[in-house]
Design a protein around this ligand. Sequence first.
Ligand SMILES: [Ca+2]
Ligand SMILES: [Ca+2]
Ligand SMILES: [Ca+2]
Length: 296
Amino acid sequence: MKVIFLMVISVGALWADSFAPAAGEPGSMAVALDDARVQRWATAVAQYSPGEDVDERWQVPENALGEAEGNAFDIVGLGRGGEITLEFSPVIQDGKGADFAVFENGFSDTFLELAFVEVSSDGVNFFRFENVSETDRAVGAFGSVNPRKVDGLAGKYRLGFGTPFDLQDLEGTVGLDVSAVKYVRLIDVVGGTSLDSTGGVIYDPWPGSGAAGFDLDAVAVLGVVETRVLSTEIVNQACVIHWESVPGEVYVVERNTCLGEEGWALVEEVEALLAMTEITQPLAGADRSFFRVRLR
Ligand SMILES: [Ca+2]
Ligand SMILES: [Ca+2]
Ligand SMILES: [Ca+2]
């Protein structure tokens, strides 16, 4: 009986931390404001409706346009239950991996004010990204939220780090063209009231005052970055390769005896955990070897 009890506990613990960790930790999906994938930023404010308890000085929707500053002040406060819609010109297209990232101004890895994210091609019909919150109790005005318990909501990461969204998750949605998304809308989550996609109550810092709710710094449009090998060296008859990587992406490492299109053999598929990935391959017995690394 005891063994079974322990197993249940361990499965519960896994479930409790289901999602990507804070910025800087292995496996984090946080997008730094100077990430190589960042191509451009929101170009216009289409609509802004502040909610409750947000001072006038934070009611500056233009602060969400252009580059993320990564500070606490160049933001627009949504207020409790408020929302903002930003416009993108040119439109955002679904490409490989995440397509845009939302930057909030959380001052720590656990002071996380959250927002729903919706997108639209026509400015009329908006579609929400699936989201889950596993925080199981109320969070005070300056309480903490574990980022590993949040998925599909903006505000998962501290200031300077955006939460990525992939339009592919909404592919096939009637009324949305994922190759032409012109609007991104952020709707403040009201801790203890708002519901996630599973129907569960979402908890985030509440009630807050003066700057209640989600504080938006910027929204970046992301593109694909070419895979770049940073270094290769021979150590103890093995080749050590480092390359620039995007956490969460899978890279294919292949080997050949000559350069050309034919003959590449799979060495390994590696899921990147950090912005740089390393692999070590024994060279013993080979006259010469070529390696290549590509996104899967
Ligand atoms: Ca995509
Ligand atoms: Ca706030
Ligand atoms: Ca800003």
